[in-house]
Write a new protein. Structure first.
Lengths: 115, 113
């Protein structure tokens, strides 16, 4: 089965706290792609990162970092020193090789950052 | 450059009617995908069009259909609307689809009453 699980439905933090959003995926394919998207209240999905299955390097982009571990089928996302503007719904997604171009999304994690 | 444009932003229809939603991709992008977002089912893939051909299809009934024009603009149509079709419909464009560089529009919010 091809599946993405985001076990955290909602997370609330205070500004400047660090927060990690969990993502666990399932696929039998050896080649696959993982994504994180942010959905602000306006509705559009904003691309954050794409990672293919052969690239297990962690990535840092400003306050954002991603930890990809094939051994545990996880692709976690950490926001350092969170800000109110980070409040949004965050989706982890998977494209298994055989699905071609169809993103399989997790249910999303709603992050609320208060000042 | 202009992003992905979806029209209309909001739509209210009556059960049994049909509806057409439009998506204009980023200039030069030839792949357009459609997704349905509901509170219960989350984000689900509807279909993808590339160079005017449906290349990939999700698990939705035949009431959901789409097409793509020579300028890459795409429309999706839902016939015989049901209350459960109320959702945010999102369109994503990319150069080839398989480049995985999807850019999403702001969506069309459809309410069926």
């Amino acid at each position: 089965a091809q599946k993405v699980t985001q076990a955290q439905t909602e997370i609330s933090v205070v500004e400047k706290e660090d927060v990690t959003l969990d993502c666990v995926y399932e696929t039998r394919d050896t080649t696959y792609y993982l994504f994180w998207y942010k959905q602000p209240p306006s509705g559009e999905l904003v691309f954050l990162i794409r990672r293919n299955s052969f690239d297990e390097q962690n990535e840092i982009s400003g306050r954002y970092s991603w930890n990809f571990q094939k051994s545990t089928s996880s692709f976690n996302f950490t926001i350092t020193a969170s800000q109110v503007v980070d409040s949004a719904v965050y989706f982890c997604a998977l494209i298994p090789n055989q699905a071609g171009t169809a993103l399989i999304f997790g249910k999303g994690t709603t992050l609320s950052v208060s000042s | 450059k202009a992003g992905v444009t979806q029209t209309p932003r909001y739509l209210i229809k009556t059960r049994g009617q049909q509806v057409t939603l439009s998506c204009s991709p980023i200039s030069g992008h030839r792949s357009v995908s459609w997704y349905q977002q509901t509170p219960g089912q989350g984000l689900q893939f509807l279909f993808e069009y590339f160079s005017e051909t449906q290349r990939n299809k999700g698990n939705f009934p035949g009431r959901f259909s789409g097409r793509q024009f020579s300028n890459s603009r795409s429309e999706m149509n839902v016939s015989t609307l049901e209350l459960g079709d109320s959702a945010l419909y999102l369109c994503a464009s990319s150069l080839e689809g398989t480049d995985y560089g999807y850019t999403f529009g702001s969506g069309t919010r459809l309410t069926v009453v």
